[in-house]
Design a protein around this ligand. Structure first.
Ligand code: SAM
Length: 229
């Protein structure tokens, strides 16, 4: 049984996809999608030996070793040309790590730019959106969900002839999430407001105050207040 978080990630995978799940850990997502016949092939990438072995075990146990390959590799280095990957999922990591995995993959030629990217950053979502915008990706959909007292965002993007540039505010909140403002979104930003106010108080107590940091946090707090009004 997949978590709600991974279900939302899986829902964005196109039918028949050739999937690379990077940072796959236990390989739950590719195994579940293969068992329901949603994907035709998958690569699970893991950089740490323990999770790599647990992914392998899961794939073998599920009888899917002929359709799901598990590789010990850093980021998109798990992908080979002949895999013909058309969808990449990177879930359950920080946005900065996701962004560096994508950036390295681009530099090393493992990211063709034709893949659908389904990204689920635990924190630092704005970094992910900023990278996507810089690289000419368009955000197709965004989801936000609460599970086990945590709030998760899922961002789906593809490279297109981008028509509209996101504003800094849209990068911060997510363009679709900001337009929708559902109850999970409002809850997240109420929590963030509280956390940022605490950070601001701490910064203002410090002897050497990093001016740009204070300005950035004040801007974010102003946006949050606007959104929560
Ligand atoms: N994707 C699964 C999920 O969402 O439930 C597992 C998330 S788990 C918290 C993050 C996994 O990413 C860990 O198993 C970690 O070893 C792996 N990881 C971290 N950096 C990585 C990298 N550069 N390349 C491949 N895997 C990485």
């Amino acid at each position: 049984e997949l978590s709600q978080r991974l279900t939302v990630v899986g829902n964005a995978v196109p039918k028949g996809a050739r999937l690379a799940d990077i940072g796959s850990d236990h390989a739950y997502l590719p195994v579940a999608l293969m068992l329901v016949g949603k994907i035709s092939y998958a690569v699970c990438g893991e950089v740490v030996v323990g999770p790599f072995q647990s992914a392998q075990k899961q794939v073998v146990k599920s009888g899917l070793a002929d359709k799901i390959v598990v590789r010990l590799a850093d980021g998109l280095a798990a992908i080979k040309k002949e895999d013909e990957i058309d969808t990449i999922t990177i879930a359950g990591m920080g946005g900065t790590l996701i962004t560096s995995i994508l950036e390295n993959g681009k530099t090393q030629g493992q990211l063709s730019g034709h893949e659908r990217l389904i990204l689920q950053p635990n924190v630092g979502e704005a970094n992910v959106r900023r990278w996507l915008q810089k690289e000419g990706y368009e955000i197709l959909t965004e989801s936000i969900l609460a599970e086990n007292d945590k709030i998760y965002e899922v961002i789906v993007a593809e490279k297109t002839v981008v028509k509209s540039q996101l504003t800094d505010k849209e990068i911060f909140f997510g363009p679709y999430l900001l337009a929708e403002k559902n109850s999970v979104f409002l809850k997240k930003w109420l929590q963030e407001q509280y956390a940022l106010e605490k950070v601001l108080i701490q910064l203002q107590k410090a002897k050497v105050v990093p001016e740009e940091k204070v300005i950035a946090i004040k801007q974010e707090l102003a946006w949050i207040k606007e959104v929560l009004e």
